[in-house]
Design a protein around this ligand. Structure first.
Ligand SMILES: [Zn+2]
Length: 327
């Protein structure tokens, strides 16, 4: 029986159940907190307690697993996730390795690796592999997916470097990938093309944020490569309203693509991108929370003719296939 690593240890892939494939627990810069939040707006205990409440509500909605693609660049901090996970019974949290950048590779690797002052092998591959094989930091928690980005700026030298390191780690370990893309700039195409060229099994790639697009030709082109479409920003109505996201998914199901889509919100318990005040984000995007899919989106999809079997495929079947390692 294939297993997948979670914060609480390995879980049978068959037992993942209903899975939201792109949810953050925290998006939070350590440097920002240390310099501006400590002694001020950041209250670790309050935020942890709030996260526990929000995630327990998610479990009560019938969700069994979340995939948290928070990596280097977004403030990944596994000890905090461990504390929270231990208090939320019935929820698997799968964590990731990789780098979140739209432009350059991190300064910490700028002078190391092929073609740099110090040369040597690509240190990103060593870091990613350690996270997957040994565990992240001293937590013993292993990453079960790789994360990278291709934003509207395209395949910059730094982005290319990260994608190639992600691809190399995938080839070595069989770990699946999720890539943040820009639907307005249709960079899913660049991501899939590059990863394919780098020898990645595209059935193991989620094209993140594909659901910001309603362009069926673009989405089918991506899905026809074998990649999975991340219909993963439900509640971010400012980017694409729920009604449009729902119509697009129903249209793709109608065309036989239920086996190429996964669902999520890209929400978080707390995110510092809107400043410190936790009340700002709900004011801007009131539906951008973990319960929106269960409460609103699934009924809307059913009303559009999406069957329970297709919903099960998107929520459980496709994640199961994605995490079932081959080779
Ligand atoms: Zn995200």
């Amino acid at each position: 029986m294939p297993t997948v690593e979670t914060v609480g240890g390995p879980v049978d892939v068959a037992a993942l159940g209903a899975t939201l494939m792109h949810e953050h627990v925290f998006v939070l810069s350590t440097e920002y907190v240390q310099n501006y939040g400590a002694g001020g707006w950041w209250d670790e205990e309050e935020r942890v307690a709030d996260a526990v409440v929000q995630l327990r509500e998610l479990v009560a909605c019938g969700i069994d697993t979340i995939v948290d693609p928070t990596v280097w660049g977004l403030g990944r901090y596994i000890p905090r996730i461990q504390r929270i996970s231990a208090q939320v019974a019935g929820l698997n949290i799968i964590v990731a390795t990789g780098v979140y950048t739209y432009h350059e590779a991190p300064f910490q690797v700028r002078h190391r690796g092929p073609g740099t002052i110090l040369g040597g092998p690509e240190p990103l591959v060593a870091d990613f592999t350690r996270d997957i094989v040994e565990g992240i930091g001293d937590t013993g928690v292993r990453a079960a997916l790789l994360k990278c980005c291709v934003e509207e700026y395209g395949l910059t030298p730094g982005v290319l470097r990260v994608l190639r390191a992600v691809a190399a780690t995938h080839r070595e370990t069989g770990t699946p990938i999720t890539v943040h893309t820009s639907s307005p700039a249709q960079t899913g195409r660049d991501a899939v093309e590059l990863l394919g060229k780098e020898g990645v099994d595209l059935a193991k790639v989620v094209v993140g944020h594909a659901g910001d697009s309603n362009d069926l030709d673009y989405l089918m082109e991506l899905a026809d490569t074998g990649a999975i479409l991340g219909m993963d920003r439900f509640g971010l109505d400012v980017l694409n309203p729920t009604a449009d996201r729902v119509r697009t998914i129903a249209a793709l199901c109608d065309r036989g693509y239920a086996d190429r889509m996964v669902l999520s919100h890209d929400a978080s318990c707390y995110m510092d991108w809107f400043g410190p005040d936790p009340e700002i984000r709900p004011a801007v995007a009131p539906n951008w929370h973990y319960r929106h899919i269960s409460d609103d989106v699934l009924p809307a999809l059913r009303a559009q003719g999406v069957t329970d079997a297709q919903l099960d495929q998107m929520l459980a079947g496709n994640p199961r296939r994605y995490f079932a390692k081959v080779g």
